[in-house]
Design a protein around this ligand. Structure first.
Ligand SMILES: [Zn+2]
Length: 50
């Protein structure tokens, strides 16, 4: 599986935890933070995980 430590964008309301997630991969470096940020999981990551 491509699961990894959660990360999120400070510009988004969701976090990502799958390296195959396009949205998660397109986050610009300056907006990228590690952890969930207390946000819900991204729908794309959910379907990739599930
Ligand atoms: Zn995602």
């Amino acid at each position: 599986m491509a699961k990894k430590t959660p990360w999120h964008s400070i510009k988004s309301n969701v976090y990502h935890d799958d390296t195959d997630c396009n949205t998660g991969n397109n986050i610009e470096r300056e907006n990228l933070r590690s952890g969930t940020g207390g946000k819900p999981k991204c729908a794309e990551c959910k379907s990739l995980n599930g």
